[in-house]
Design a protein around this ligand. Structure first.
Ligand SMILES: Nc1ncnc2c1ncn2[C@@H]1O[C@H](COP(=O)(O)OP(=O)(O)O)[C@@H](O)[C@H]1O
Ligand SMILES: [Mg+2]
Length: 271
């Protein structure tokens, strides 16, 4: 049987076909992330001041605007080694879902299971202590992820080399530009050999050369079949290149899930 399948694949020279996975194969693969009826509800206030006063109990009309389900009974499974694109308009709930995978946010109801170390490229500028140097921040991030001192020392050269900040690596990060911070953020995220990598519209950082380097490194990570990648981008060409499957969200709900080409078609047809 396997040899038959092999012949069929070889006869069909469409590149899409070797990406496709039979239902049986899918069932045998290890589920690494699962969302089960996940809902995330945000309360909306007129502005930050209103939120503050309202939460203190100083309520006035017009301060509280109601709720929005950023994710609405969302269920899906992600299998080990896949690269899956999350597709949808602004506000569809993509970032909300990925933040919950990375553990920076929690569901209001429903269940999420994540079975691997997550490295997230959500906000490349976040999570640095600007008083510390770049090198010190590498340690800080490593510690936050629970890496040992030895593990941190092992990844440090790779991070520094990827970020290519020159002498700035030993300068306080308040002297960095936004682009430089983003470089260090990206370099860290792709150097720790994560089991799950989350990339949310962040490939567009830095200058062209750095962007090319990011895309190259992403390609390496994605072709490493042990790494699971969740990807959010508006550029369908990039999604097609990197991902095998797509999950389309609309107003917090999953409206389509399937092979990447079909997912993009579905999304584009619904625009
Ligand atoms: N921290 C927040 N507070 C209130 N509303 C939020 C917050 N984060 C997201 N939302 C709302 O949740 C919805 C989904 O947002 P998001 O997940 O960022 O969408 P996407 O990443 O697909 O553009 C939007 O309506 C957005 O305004
Ligand atoms: Mg977003």
């Amino acid at each position: 049987m396997p040899s038959d399948e092999h012949t069929i694949l070889q006869q069909d020279d469409s590149p899409e076909n070797d990406k496709q996975i039979s239902a049986q194969e899918q069932a045998e693969r290890e589920v690494i992330i699962e969302f089960d009826q996940v809902t995330k509800t945000y309360h909306l206030y007129k502005n930050d001041r209103s939120r503050f006063l309202y939460l203190l109990g100083l309520k006035k009309q017009g301060m509280y605007l109601g709720t929005v389900n950023a994710n609405d009974e969302l269920s899906f499974k992600i299998y080990k080694g896949e690269a899956v694109a999350f597709i949808g308009q602004n506000g569809a709930g993509k970032s909300t879902a990925l933040k919950m995978v990375s553990g920076v946010s929690y569901p209001t109801s429903g269940k999420i299971s994540v079975n691997g170390q997550v490295s997230a490229l959500l906000d490349l500028n976040a999570g640095f202590d600007k008083k510390l140097t770049g090198r010190e921040n590498i340690s800080l991030r490593g510690q936050a992820l629970g890496l040992t001192r030895k593990q941190i020392k092992e990844i440090e050269p790779a991070v520094i080399s990827f970020a290519s900040l020159g002498l700035y690596i030993d300068q306080p990060m308040r002297t960095y530009s936004k682009g430089m911070r983003a470089r260090l953020g990206f370099a860290f995220a792709v150097s720790i050999n994560p089991e799950i990598l989350i990339v949310d519209e962040t490939l567009a950082v830095g200058d062209r050369r750095f962007r090319k380097k990011c895309v190259k490194r992403m390609r390496e990570i994605i072709t490493d079949e042990n790494v699971t990648v969740l990807f959010v981008t508006h550029a369908s060409e990039i999604a097609k290149e990197f991902c095998t499957r797509g999950i389309v969200l609309d107003q917090g709900k999953k409206v389509f899930e399937g092979p990447i080409e079909e997912a993009i078609q579905f999304y584009e047809a619904s625009q």
